[in-house]
Design a protein around this ligand. Structure first.
Ligand code: NDP
Ligand code: BG6
Length: 510
């Protein structure tokens, strides 16, 4: 057994005891996974590779699983397979070929019944060939599609592809972000889909919730005594949640221009991370208990003050032929959120995301207040910081002041460092999509966004987004490969972040 498999299985054992909210769902039996939009970018880069990794590790087996690709493009099974093949890495050729044989392609439109009837026929044939009793099988539909077609696809699935009776089988749909463009459009989409599927059947994916260190957040916070008394406004000066990419919108300019960095990254990925950093301890690890606490955080966020927002657009963004010449879309944003509750009153949460910056990194940086009555002049060197590096080089480290080794009594900045690459050398960290698809199969919605969470998230950002859309707020141009607009660093300082000078954490090399 590979070490990556060990990691997932250990987690699965722990989870099945404590997390699953759907104890009736059969763990075995015939499973059909349908990737809608199979001809697209997400499907080939993320969805099929995630399925392959699950297959490789024995979570999907040819005994019971079949995978269907569905899209309008007219291609054969083999043509789809060869499109995907190049993205299935890290395995023997034979294993790749065996996996690809599990995939069948069905071509059809997203708003007429013919294609979905054909799809249903193919799925039923597979179920029949596995001896599955009608209604006892599992059908998972992954929407690797633009949200504009979600309602019609849901209608078609409901009409043509549902399990015929309830013998313990299920039908679940996984929908991608961005789910809507603002509060109204998201609510409209939710209502349309909600009329066709129960909330328990809808898995709104935010792949940041599948990242290893994001999944570690609640463990760190609630399984370690020494964080409990510190994690509040008395000790924490500010929190930063940062996403940086060192490449632009390459090849996705058309999509990106409609959404911008706030809808693409901040409203979902960074806000979800904020919830896990700020939420209260849930009653239990049941998905509903966790999501209840996340919603409370979102509902406590105060309206965004535009003086605490800096927007940027990188120079050259509009050169993309799919981007309008006068686009006002931000590719960078820094903003401060305030949570109005007992724990966090007065603590700025700084969310920062940008494309075409100097580096690629996602991290959470919790900065502590100065030591009161400081006798060592620590303030001159830097504050304590607790940093969770989500990627690359996953790590958790704590910046602290220690005595400089030697005869002199002087202090220096150092760190307690849990770098995953070094500490867990033989473990492969699973991809976010891999975990989340497995969660869907197991009926665990903990790491998926509930409808009321989504609504509360849009409530926070909709006024700001409308002000950007109508040109009231304009992004500043910044140089690709830079840190973004200088005003963003000024905003950070104004929010109380104190930069450490003369010390930098360097990820250890193996
Ligand atoms: P694509 O633009 O590649 O679209 C996927 C497939 O949908 C296409 O191959 C096409 O298939 C069909 N399609 C495209 N446009 C339309 C349209 N206007 N009407 C009907 N069908 C259409 O998208 P992605 O694969 O990049 O993304 C899919 C979903 O995943 C989106 O919601 C996206 O926001 C989300 N996402 C994507 C990420 C990525 O890295 N790509 C990352 C995170 C989320 P055909 O013409 O063959 O039917
Ligand atoms: C996607 C965004 O949701 O996340 C992309 O649409 C972004 O713009 C991507 O590049 C980043 O994901 P990751 O896992 O590489 O940080």
């Amino acid at each position: 057994m590979g070490s990556g498999q060990w990691l997932v299985e250990k987690r699965a054992t722990f989870r099945s005891d404590s997390f699953s909210d759907n104890d009736n769902a059969p763990e075995t039996g015939c499973l059909s996974i349908v990737v809608l939009g199979a001809s697209g970018d997400l499907a080939k880069k993320k969805t099929f590779p995630a399925l392959f990794n699950l297959y490789r590790q024995g979570f999907l087996t040819s005994n019971d699983v079949h995978i269907f690709g569905y899209a309008r493009t007219k291609i054969s099974d083999d043509q789809l397979r060869s499109r995907i093949r190049g993205y299935l890495t890290g395995s023997k050729e034979e294993e790749v070929s065996d996996f690809l044989q599990l995939i069948k392609y069905v071509s059809g439109t997203y708003d007429t019944e013919e294609g979905f009837q054909l799809l249903d026929k193919e799925i039923s044939e597979h179920e029949f060939s596995k001896g599955s009793v009608e209604g006892s099988s599992r059908r998972l539909f992954y929407f690797a599609l633009p949200p504009s077609v979600y309602p019609s696809v849901c209608r078609m699935i409901k009409r043509c592809c549902m399990n015929k009776s309830d013998l313990g089988g299920w039908t679940r749909i996984v929908v991608e972000k961005p789910f809507g463009k603002d509060l109204d459009s998201s609510e409209e989409l939710s209502t349309q889909i909600g009329e066709l599927f129960d909330e328990s059947q809808i898995y709104r994916i935010d792949h940041y919730l599948g990242k290893e260190l994001v999944q570690n957040l609640l463990v760190l916070r609630f399984a370690n005594r020494f964080f409990l008394p510190l994690w509040n406004r008395d000790n924490i000066a500010n929190v930063q949640i940062v996403f940086r990419e060192d490449f632009g919108t390459e090849g996705r300019g058309g999509y990106f221009d409609e959404y911008g960095i706030v809808r693409d990254i901040i409203q979902n990925h960074l806000l979800q991370v904020l919830c896990l950093v700020a939420m209260e301890k849930p009653v239990s690890l049941k998905p509903e208990h966790i999501r209840d606490e996340k919603v409370k955080v979102l509902q406590s966020v105060l309206p965004i003050n535009y003086d605490e927002v800096v927007l940027g657009q990188y120079d050259g963004y509009r050169d993309d032929p799919t981007v309008p010449d006068h686009s006002n879309t931000p590719t960078f944003a820094t903003m401060v959120l305030h949570i109005h509750n007992e724990r966090w009153e007065g603590v700025p949460f700084i969310l920062k995301a940008g494309k075409a910056l100097s580096s690629r990194k996602a991290e959470i940086r919790v900065q502590f207040k100065d030591v009161p009555g400081d006798i060592y002049k620590c303030q001159r060197q830097g504050r304590n910081e607790f940093v969770i590096r989500l990627q690359p080089s996953e790590a958790i480290y704590m910046k602290l002041t220690v005595k400089q080794p030697g005869l002199e009594m002087s202090t220096v900045q150092s760190e307690l460092d849990l770098s995953y690459g070094q500490r867990y050398q033989n473990i492969t960290i699973p991809e976010a999509y891999e975990r989340l698809i497995l969660d869907t199969i197991r009926g665990d919605q903990q790491h998926f966004v509930r409808r009321d969470e989504l609504k509360a998230a849009w409530q926070i950002f909709t006024p700001l987004l409308h002000s950007i859309d109508n040109g009231e707020l304009k992004p500043q141009i910044y140089k690709p490969g830079s840190r973004g607009p200088a005003e963003a660093d000024e905003l950070l300082a104004k929010a109380g972040y104190v930069q450490t000078h003369g010390y930098i954490w360097i990820p250890p090399t193996l």
